[in-house]
Design a protein around this ligand. Structure first.
Ligand code: GTP
Length: 347
């Protein structure tokens, strides 16, 4: 029987999963590691960033939430990843990191992996928690509680933006939701990543997360059947014509102010007319981070993915007429997210 360490990297939208993973990939010997990325939109943004930054092959399971509709794809991907390496005469994989979409619940994923033939998976669930926005996400989204409760390791992020009170409050919340997990409250991003990903082999744990003997809290948190991610919609927006950077920025401002609190996450890759590279844009809520250049070859699709709560297709159509005049097409990719990816509807 082949044994693989599987890190399920979960955490709410924008809570810092990709950043933690990139830091880990920078530090670790990744020759026997594979990364699988699950994105809710159709653009493989995290995959492109991982390939650009870490040169690790990143396999994408996109356009769906892994805990709902893509579980079968995950099983097939893991089995064929290992079979391909063995067929090429390479060393078998020792480690897989699965970066889940920010809306996934780890429980159904873990359960689905119990049925993989010929593989023993040593599973470790890591959940990232944003010390600034995490409380709000936890209060508003059931998925966050499920992610935290299922975690073996809880990683506090954005500590550079948090004051001492935020930090203590975040730690107290995490301890109250999941007192069994290893809590990483570490200012240095490098140390954070090092500790989060090394625990399987180096840090003792009281309850083994090996499949089949999950601690009671983990099971208890996920006993309900997969629930729908109520009111959450994902839109893929493509632009009519290429624009310069300033016009793109103004358009993003319009879009964010129209959505307000209903905007959970925005991620996109654009190629402005006045840049010779692609630009990664992203916001957590309506707060944008500094745009980041990416090589043009990282681009698979240009567009912007919008994840919203309580904003339906007809409202977006109305705003399209008023302010979003430059949109060529938007499609509601999934609503709610748990429905099958076959339900793509175009305007
Ligand atoms: N200041 C600060 N920013 C951070 C930190 N971690 C992540 N970010 C920023 O937060 C934003 C979201 O980070 P990601 O790592 O993409 O978050 P994610 O959880 O992978 O996001 P999704 O894949 O959309 O769910 C990016 O702009 C990051 O640069 C942190 O520790 N400090």
């Amino acid at each position: 029987m082949m044994k693989i360490e599987l890190f399920i990297l979960s955490g709410f939208l924008g809570s810092g999963k990709t950043s933690l993973l990139l830091e880990h990939l920078k530090q670790a010997d990744t020759r026997d590691t594979a990364v699988i990325v699950n994105e809710v939109g159709q653009i493989n943004i995290d995959g492109a960033v991982i390939v650009a930054d870490a040169s690790v092959p990143a396999i994408q399971l996109s356009n769906g939430c892994i805990c709902c509709s893509l579980v079968h794809d995950l099983q097939t991907t893991i089995t064929s990843l290992q079979a391909d390496r063995i067929a090429r005469g390479e060393k078998p994989l020792r480690r897989i990191v699965l970066e889940c979409s920010g809306l996934s619940r780890p429980g159904p994923i873990i359960r689905s992996l119990q049925r993989l033939p010929g593989l023993v998976l040593d599973v470790r669930v890591i959940a990232t928690f944003d010390a600034i926005n995490g409380h709000r996400s936890l209060a508003e989204h059931d998925e966050v509680a499920a992610q935290l409760a299922a975690a073996d390791v809880l990683v506090m992020t954005k500590l550079d933006l948090a004051d001492a009170i935020d930090r203590q409050a975040a730690a107290a919340t995490l301890r109250s939701v999941n007192p069994w997990a290893l809590l990483i409250d570490e200012e240095s991003v490098a140390l954070r990543a090092k500790r989060a990903f090394r625990v399987i082999s180096h840090e003792k744990r009281s309850s083994s997360p090996t499949l089949g003997i999950l601690p009671p809290l983990t099971r208890g948190a996920e006993t309900a059947a997969v629930r729908e991610h109520a009111e959450i919609s994902t839109f893929l927006i493509t632009l009519e014509t290429r624009m310069d950077w300033e016009s793109i920025s103004l358009w993003l401002d319009d879009l964010a102010s129209f959505c307000g609190d209903r905007l959970l996450r925005l991620k996109g890759m654009v190629h402005p007319t006045d840049c010779n590279h692609a630009v990664l844009i992203q916001s957590v809520g309506a707060v944008f981070s500094t745009p980041r250049p990416l090589p043009l070859q990282a681009l698979e699709t240009l567009g912007v993915v919008l994840i919203t709560r309580g904003l339906n297709a007809s409202e977006l159509a109305a705003v399209d007429e008023r302010t979003l005049t430059k949109i060529q097409d938007w499609r509601e990719v999934r609503t709610p997210l748990s429905r099958s990816s076959a339900s793509i509807s175009a305007r």
